[in-house]
Design a protein around this ligand. Structure first.
Ligand code: NAD
Length: 361
């Protein structure tokens, strides 16, 4: 394969350090990259007046793929989350987050191998909210009273939860296609259709309909509350989970917790035309510039990037190298040591270098 042009967003806080580490490891696989470095978040706000500049969106659309460090969503200024904005503007409808036990990582569970597939574009994240005292909230309350005969308290706020057939079917189809391509055997759709009959009921029906086209893959559904209980009791019984946006957000963090450090949780946001690969963790401002945090989450996101680019062999080699360094437990960052103040913990770049060395062994 030739050279891959990929947008690189170093991001804020610890972002630039982990991005540098991930870049080092990705280049060490021998795959050729041409990085188109772009700002987002705090830096972009300072230099361009917006945390999500148009040239960044253009670059990702052009290149088809981006590797992204975490970014800060400025609290002031009325900006919505940069991450939510990025997913919506690029229609990155599938939030993919694997949660797999990594040998050598201290965690409560063993043999966890889950893939969380979160619908990224609608649900209560669509951003249709009516705040306290807004005249529109008043209008909406009057409308609900008139049409449904239900009165909502005057001091209430309202959030709209749109769930469409198109978005539900496409995320479930994505989950089944992923299952097929990755030799997975079961897809579980998660919902609360007994209470939210219109919205979650639609999601469940869409899932059942799509499942019929995949007779080779087992299908089941679970209520979100039962799912959380099941995941904590016996996560090894589950395989690919497909969920609407909010449940997906919560369950993907829960699943990251089942397998260990936040410094290892990785993922991707994928659409039909482009994809953004990023770690689950944020900018960890307390650690910024200290060469201290774990680079593995972004490096493992880079493994997903390699697969997306069709570089399967390099993806496997890099994943193996990361696992090897973690299993050896020597050249790892503080979060992977039995005690967080272990003086033998290495820095971000040193762990990345150990992964590069393991690639070459
Ligand atoms: P965070 O993930 O940044 O940090 C929480 C804690 O997790 C840290 O203090 C640290 O102890 C640990 N941690 C995080 N990354 C680690 C790593 N690589 N290695 C080892 N330990 C690690 O979460 P937060 O403090 O809630 O958020 C800080 C900022 O990040 C906020 O501005 C938030 O908006 C942003 N954020 C961005 C993204 C993203 O860009 N995808 C995601 C989450 C949060």
């Amino acid at each position: 394969m030739g050279e891959h042009k990929v947008t690189l967003i170093p991001g804020d806080g610890i972002g630039p350090e982990v991005a540098r580490a991930a870049r080092l490891c990705l280049e060490a696989t021998g795959v050729k990259f041409q990085w188109d470095v772009k700002e987002a978040g705090q830096e972009a706000l300072k230099n361009k007046g917006t945390p999500l500049p148009e040239d960044l969106l253009h670059s990702i659309r052009e290149n088809g793929a981006a590797l992204k460090g975490p970014v800060t969503t400025p609290v002031a200024g009325g900006f919505r989350s940069v991450n939510v904005g990025l997913r919506q503007r690029l229609d990155l409808y599938a939030g993919l987050r694997p949660a797999k036990t990594i040998p050598g990582v201290l965690s409560r569970y063993q043999n966890v191998d889950l893939v969380i597939m979160r619908e990224n574009t609608e649900d209560v994240y669509a951003g249709i909210e009516f705040g306290l005292g807004e005249p529109e909230a008043q209008d909406l309350r009057a409308f609900i009273q008139e049409k449904r005969g239900r009165s909502l308290p005057e001091d209430s706020t309202i959030s709209i939860k749109p769930i469409s057939t198109r978005a539900s079917e496409r995320i479930v189809r994505f989950a089944f296609d992923y299952a097929r391509q990755n030799h997975r055997h079961k897809v579980t759709a998660v919902h609360k259709a007994n209470v939210m009959k219109a919205t979650d009921g639609l999601f469940l029906n869409a899932a059942r309909k799509v499942a019929e086209a995949y007779p080779d893959i087992e299908f089941e559904d679970r209520m979100i509350d039962d799912m959380c209980h099941q995941l904590v009791r016996r996560p090894e019984h589950y395989d690919v989970l497909v969920l609407p946006n909010l449940y997906g957000d919560i369950v993907s963090d829960l699943s990251a917790g089942l397998v260990g450090s936040l410094g290892l949780a990785y993922g991707a946001n994928i659409g039909d035309d482009c994809a953004v690969f990023e770690a689950v963790h944020g900018t960890a401002p307390r650690y910024a510039g200290q060469n201290k945090v774990n680079p593995a989450a972004l490096i493992l996101s880079g493994v997903l990037l390699l697969r997306y680019l069709g570089e399967e062999e390099a993806a496997q080699r890099l994943q193996k190298a990361v696992y090897k360094v973690i299993a050896a437990g020597e050249k790892v960052t503080y979060d992977l040591k039995p005690s967080r103040d272990d003086p033998r913990a290495v820095g971000t770049q040193e762990m990345a270098q150990a992964i590069v060395d393991a690639l070459e062994e």
